[in-house]
Every structure is written in structure tokens, then in C-alpha cells.
Ligand binder design. Structure first.
Ligand SMILES: [Zn+2]
Length: 391
């Protein structure tokens, strides 16, 4: 353990420089050339660590990187991190990586989630150079995906396939602002509602019209009333549009709806209720179409596999004098997908705040701290995690 920690301490400045380099290469999801340039930095590192690397090309996004390092033992651990950001090309030029007097590091994607990637790569390097037992015996796989900020449409099958081969999964999303790990995430879905009515002159023949807006408005009220902070089911109509001009009874109106829930049963019940609301006409002469789906399946709280990983992380925290806490959150990640397949722990990256904004930062010192946590976690996981025997 001391060996791993000493090595990591020795690389502290170098690791910050590596993170700076990563942050200063923009990788906005839709800027494929940028993304692949940032990916090349990661690919070089993985190959340097002895990973066999596969690039999964897609038509719309940058390449997903899938790496694999075999071990002599039966256990296999998967790390998942995305390297796309929400920031478009040129952002890093405008506000490059820097550390302020308070020790906060700034720059596009520094928190979500290039900090997590930099932490993992150095944790693995420490294992490799120390020739640790964990490194020798454990098969380690990584997926660095390039489309997470668009909800992982093309990387999801890649991640799920790797999760099926792994005994546990660590997600490199950042820690919450208080340093918490993530042990559960709500399921999330997006739905569309389109209402068709009948146009008419609002002054001459209002009775001949059927207002799609009036119908939609009442549906919105009923949809929002489904929100229950007690169960955690939330329904949010996040955008509406409709109508042409004030003196015409609106023939069309539409809404986009976000649904979140802790369990599939809650989600199914909410979707059924949403459908009932949407399909019942409030205004005679209108018709409605409701469709959509759950994109992130729920990662419910209290999964035994997640609890076990958290237990291991807590022991690591005791070794390092760091109190390990974990929370559940309404926001989705690739952990939603993997948790349904293999024990998953999320939020392994550095501590910071304000993701997806130009005020995004990490507490720079937690880069090294989280790197140590990952390194020692892998050590303990290799030694202590019980593989459920195949039946
Ligand atoms: Zn993220």
C-alpha cells in the first residue's frame, strides 16, 4: 500500500499537468475531430499501461475506447468514464485550465469528467509500476465513451457488453460537492405529447374551433400533479410550444416531458398515469398523441452489490483517513446501465461542483486523494471481493 501511495505522491505535479493537457483539448460531444484528438491522448496512455485497445467507431460521434489488460486470476474489473464534454470547440482557448489561489482547478470538463479519467490512469500506472498483486492477478477493462453527454446512444451496448464480462464496475463520474460517492440513481425518460385541435377565428367563430393549447394546459396541470417527492417520482413538462397567433384558436400544441423514478414499478405506474392523462380529451374536438421511453433504467438504492463495493471503499477510506459517504441522486449516468448487470459504484472522480457550467471546478488536491482511493480500492477489491459462483 505504501508503495502505491509513494509513487502517486511523486507524480502529483505531473498528474496535474496531464489533467491540464486533457482539459485544454476540447471534446464537445458533437465535435468529432476534437473528441478524437482528446481520445488520442487517452489511447496513448492506455497503450503505455499495456492495455490492448479497441476503437469503436460510430457515424455521429468520436470513437469509444475499449481497453483490456488480462490478469492471471479469475476476477475482472471494469472502469467506465466518458471523455466528451458539453463544451463546444474553442472553449478551452477562452478559459484554459488553471488553478486559483484557493486551490480550485478550472476549465471545461475538469469536473465532468476529465478529473476522473486522470485519476484512473495514474492509479493504474502505480499498480503497474509497483507490479502489485492486484495488477498481476486482476483483469482490468476500461471503456472511455464519447457520447455520454448525449445519453450514450451508441456506447450503451458497448458498455453493457463489457459489464457482462466484469465482476464489478467503477464509474469515474465526479464526486458530489461534499465528496460523496454515488450509490443509486433515478431512472429517467423523455416523453412527447402532441395535441391536435381545430383552428378558427377567435372573434368570428370561436365555437367552431377546438383549442389544442387549452387542452394541453389542462394536461400539463394533471401531469405535474403526478410528482410525489415522497416516492421520488417526478414529472416535469420542460418545454411547450403551440399556436400561431392570438386571434386564431390553436390547432396544434406540444410538450416535452421528463420522468424520474427510483424503481421500474414506479416508472411503469407513472407512465400509465401519464398516458391516461394525455389520451383523455379535455376539449371536445382535440386528439392527442403520447410517446416516449425510459432512457436510463433506475439504479435503485440498496443493491447488495453496490453496498459491497461501498463497504470496500469505506475500508479504503479508513486506511487513508478519509470519511467515505455515498448518496443517491436524480441525475443519470452510465452507472444506470451497468448497475442492472454488475455491482456498480459511481462518483469515483475528484470533488468539485457546477458541472455543465462555466463555473465548473474541482478541488485540485482531491485529484491525488481520489487517485489514491481508486488505487487502494482496486487493491482491496482484488483481495476481498467475493465472486458469486456461476450457477
Ligand atoms: Zn459526466
Amino acid at each position: 500500500m505504501r508503495d502505491l501511495l509513494d509513487r502517486l505522491d511523486g507524480w502529483r505535479d505531473e498528474q496535474i499537468e496531464f489533467l491540464a493537457r486533457l482539459v485544454n483539448h476540447d471534446s464537445g460531444t458533437d465535435d468529432v475531430l476534437d473528441v478524437n484528438r482528446a481520445g488520442a491522448i487517452l489511447a496513448e496512455r492506455l497503450e503505455g499501461l499495456g492495455f490492448a485497445l479497441r476503437r469503436v467507431a460510430t457515424e455521429r460521434f468520436g470513437d469509444h475506447l475499449v481497453g483490456e489488460k488480462p490478469g492471471t486470476g479469475p476476477k475482472r474489473f471494469l472502469f467506465v468514464g466518458h471523455y466528451d464534454t458539453v463544451f463546444r470547440s474553442g472553449t478551452a482557448k477562452q478559459r484554459p485550465f488553471h488553478i486559483d489561489a484557493q486551490g480550485r482547478a478550472w476549465g471545461p470538463g475538469v469536473y465532468d469528467m476529465k478529473g476522473g479519467l486522470a485519476a484512473l490512469l495514474y492509479a493504474l500506472r502505480a499498480h503497474r509500476e509497483a507490479r502489485s498483486r492486484a495488477w498481476t492477478e486482476t483483469s482490468v477493462a476500461v471503456v472511455f465513451n464519447a457520447d455520454e453527454e448525449r445519453l450514450s446512444p451508441t456506447s450503451r451496448p458497448v458498455i453493457e457488453a463489457e459489464a457482462k464480462r466484469a465482476h464489478s464496475v467503477g464509474i469515474l463520474e465526479p464526486a458530489r460537492p461534499g465528496g460523496e460517492y454515488v450509490m443509486a440513481r433515478k431512472g429517467a425518460g423523455t416523453f412527447q405529447l402532441e395535441v391536435s385541435g381545430k383552428a378558427s377565428h377567435a372573434g368570428l367563430q370561436p365555437e367552431m374551433g377546438a383549442s389544442a393549447i387549452w387542452d394541453l394546459a389542462q394536461k400539463i396541470a394533471a401531469l405535474h400533479a403526478l410528482t410525489d417527492f415522497g416516492t421520488g417520482v417526478t414529472v416535469n413538462v420542460g418545454s411547450v410550444r403551440g399556436g400561431e397567433r392570438p386571434n386564431v384558436v390553436a390547432a396544434h400544441a406540444a410538450a416535452e416531458i421528463d420522468l424520474r423514478a427510483w424503481s421500474q414499478a414506479d416508472a411503469d405506474a407513472a407512465i400509465a398515469a401519464m398516458r391516461r392523462i394525455c389520451e383523455a380529451p379535455h376539449v371536445a374536438g382535440t386528439t392527442a398523441r403520447f410517446h416516449g421511453q425510459i432512457h436510463f433504467p433506475p439504479w435503485p438504492p440498496g443493491l447488495p452489490g453496490t453496498e459491497r463495493l461501498l463497504q470496500i471503499m469505506r475500508a479504503v477510506g479508513r486506511d487513508l483517513g478519509v470519511e467515505v459517504r455515498a448518496i443517491k441522486t436524480g441525475g443519470g449516468s452510465d452507472g444506470n446501465h451497468t448497475s442492472a448487470i454488475a455491482p456498480t459504484l459511481d462518483g469515483m472522480g475528484p470533488k468539485g461542483s457546477r458541472a455543465h457550467s462555466d463555473e465548473e471546478f474541482i478541488e485540485a488536491a482531491t485529484l491525488l486523494e481520489r487517485t489514491k482511493m481508486i488505487a487502494l480500492f482496486l487493491d482491496r477489491w482484488a483481495a476481498e471481493f467475493e465472486i458469486v459462483p456461476p450457477c
